[in-house]
Design a protein around this ligand. Structure first.
Ligand code: SF4
Length: 215
């Protein structure tokens, strides 16, 4: 499987999003450009997609244009800051997917238990294959620590078993959650996997093409 394989280029929110329909009579040329640039091509760069995939379509402001990416990031950051304290208290594991340029962002929050982790990694593989994406960014900063070290080891094993190369997986975790066990378990069993506490470094590593990947 490759990142470049044929995949749907239509925005997954096209059945809900009314932006183009509403604005086409007022500015037909611009809407035509938006459709070509975003809706039917590079939807991950659309400001409306960014907010919808992160927060849910209902939180996309009516007047947000596809080109308003700075505003979209602000809306996402403000909302994240508001909901974050509640998220880590969630008992069940909750996973949300959002496409970003070149990778799939996977936000995980809730309690880290072995069985749930296995099921979510299986679901992640299925989701990534469906979308034709092999670079995965796991944001696990809102996960609660597991009750035992065995859970960390087992999770690394599932990553290695289910997300085999060409999958390349990075996890972004709170510094106090990083002890190297999950990473060691996954990498020693063949996964291309690394854990970071720094988001910029994590994204750079994910995009690094100097590491050999069998595709
Ligand atoms: S405007 Fe954006 S969110 Fe709406 S359908 Fe097009 S790409 Fe998707």
């Amino acid at each position: 499987m490759r990142d470049t394989k044929a995949r749907s280029v239509k925005c997954e929110f096209s059945s809900k999003c009314r932006f183009c329909e509403e604005y086409i009579s007022k500015m037909p040329l611009t809407v035509g450009v938006y459709k070509g640039m975003y809706c039917n091509h590079d939807f991950v760069k659309c400001a409306r997609y960014m907010v919808a995939s992160d927060l849910g379509y209902e939180l996309v402001p009516h007047e947000l244009y596809p080109t308003h990416d700075i505003q979209a990031r602000k809306i996402i950051a403000e909302n994240e800051a508001h909901v974050k304290p509640q998220r880590r208290c969630t008992m069940t594991l909750e996973v949300r997917y959002a496409e970003r340029p070149g990778y799939l962002l996977v936000r995980v929050c809730g309690k880290w238990e072995e069985l749930d982790a296995k099921e979510e990694i299986e679901a992640l593989r299925e989701e990534a294959e469906k979308r034709g994406i092999t670079r995965l960014f796991l944001d696990v900063r809102d996960m609660l620590p597991p009750e035992s070290l065995m859970t960390r080891t087992a999770t690394g094993g599932y990553i290695a078993k289910l997300l085999t190369p060409p999958f390349r997986v990075v996890a972004l975790a709170e510094p106090e959650m990083i002890d190297g066990i999950t990473e060691y378990s996954a990498v020693s069993q063949g996964a291309i996997f690394k854990v970071f506490a720094d988001e910029k470094a994590a994204i750079e590593w994910l995009h690094d093409r100097t590491t050999t990947i069998i595709e």
